[in-house]
Design a protein around this ligand. Structure first.
Ligand code: FES
Ligand SMILES: [Fe+2]
Length: 362
């Protein structure tokens, strides 16, 4: 077994001032479930920024900085009137593109009065916000989560608040070997520790693949999907920046090749602050689509599993904050995907910083 040093994970090093509030900006982030946004303003902090979201009269969602440019009151404390939001303090009104639409007592609006608006796209039951330069927003770059409302799949999900930097959620998912130790009642199998891990990177996505053949099924698949004998279990964890992971799982019976289940676990880890994350997740399956009881049972089992992860990574964040990581932390083969993701995001961050520097100099 080879052990080696690797890039530091959040928490910094002794004596080192290290900010965790470094986020990729020019990306789409999941900001809300569709049903969370309506005619009442919704405030949500994203990447350390206050955002207010609502729906216009025609139902389309929009998002502005939740800070009135007059004296800084949250616009979300105001109300939606027609397509616009009206500040609850002195009545400035703004439409979804950020333009000022009313100044009480003033007939001619001052030109150029506006506030920041965020490009918004709604797909598959989720509302995505572009958190960087609006001129670069490209809907073709929205991460693919189509399983969330594909009629060929069934399932449900929720948002978990997690008190950690988003990278700890990402790294937890990129290394599923922890299932053997953290998820004894659901996902544990000996094979997840013993099976070789393959890491594939094509410049667009990073994939961590485990192919476990002829293994004892995990408690989750035994109990909920009726697997008794040995199974083949393939796990693919696909990461795309900024903070998206789709886990594809296929389990098939060795005795009966017709007995097979495909699952997708969708994970969008949107930073709220440098030490808190809105963890949007959803579990979808391709079988027994009308079985509502199965949907609920799978949701509950998965949720209980995530609570186990949350307990571990919140304790990890506290430890990293109080006792930062040494210069050369231990790593071995299970860390391949985590290391690759950390290096990839570090490179993208420096590219974004260089791009922003060039734009500022122009
Ligand atoms: S603070 Fe919003 S109008 Fe005055
Ligand atoms: Fe886990």
């Amino acid at each position: 077994m080879q052990f080696r040093g690797a890039a530091p994970i959040p928490g910094g090093r002794p004596g080192e001032e290290r900010s965790l509030a470094i986020f990729l900006r020019n990306y789409w982030y999941v900001a809300a479930w569709s049903e969370e946004i309506g005619r009442e303003p919704l405030q949500r902090w994203l990447l350390n920024e206050p955002v207010v979201m609502w729906r216009r009269g025609d139902g389309t969602p929009c998002a502005l900085a939740d800070r009135c440019p007059h004296r800084g009151a949250p616009l979300s404390n105001g109300r939606v009137v027609g397509d616009d939001i009206v500040c609850g303090y002195h009545g400035l009104g703004f439409c979804g593109d950020g333009s000022c639409t009313q100044v009480p007592g003033v007939k001619t609006l001052p030109s150029g009065l506006s506030t920041r608006s965020y490009p918004v796209a709604e797909r598959w039951g989720w509302v995505f916000l572009w958190m960087g330069d609006p001129a670069l927003a490209d809907e073709a770059a929205i991460p693919d989560y189509h399983w969330n409302d594909d009629p060929g799949w069934a399932g449900r999900g929720e948002t978990l608040p997690v008190a950690v930097n988003y990278t700890l959620v990402r790294d937890n998912l990129l290394d599923l070997s922890h299932a053997h130790f953290v998820h004894q009642d659901t996902l544990a199998t000996d094979a997840v520790v013993d099976a070789p891990v393959k890491t594939e990177f094509d410049g667009k996505a990073l994939r961590v693949v485990r192919d476990m053949r002829g293994i004892e099924p995990s408690p989750f698949f035994k109990r909920l999907c009726g697997f008794n004998g040995t199974v083949n279990h393939r796990q693919e964890v696909a990461f795309t920046p900024a903070a998206n992971i789709v886990i594809s799982v296929r389990v098939s019976s060795n005795d009966n090749p017709d007995h097979a289940v495909e699952n997708r676990v969708l994970n969008a880890m949107t930073p709220e602050t440098d030490r808190s994350t809105h963890y949007f997740w959803s579990l979808q399956r391709d079988t027994a689509l009308d079985d509502k009881a199965l949907t609920d049972a799978m949701f509950t089992a998965n949720r209980d599993t995530f609570f186990e992860d949350v307990a571990v990574i919140e304790a990890q964040q506290k430890m990293l904050d109080r006792a930062p990581e040494p210069a050369r932390p231990v790593r071995w083969h299970i860390d391949k995907g985590v290391d690759r993701a950390q290096r990839w995001v570090a490179k993208l961050l420096s590219e974004e910083a260089a791009q922003a520097g060039r734009a500022a100099a122009e």
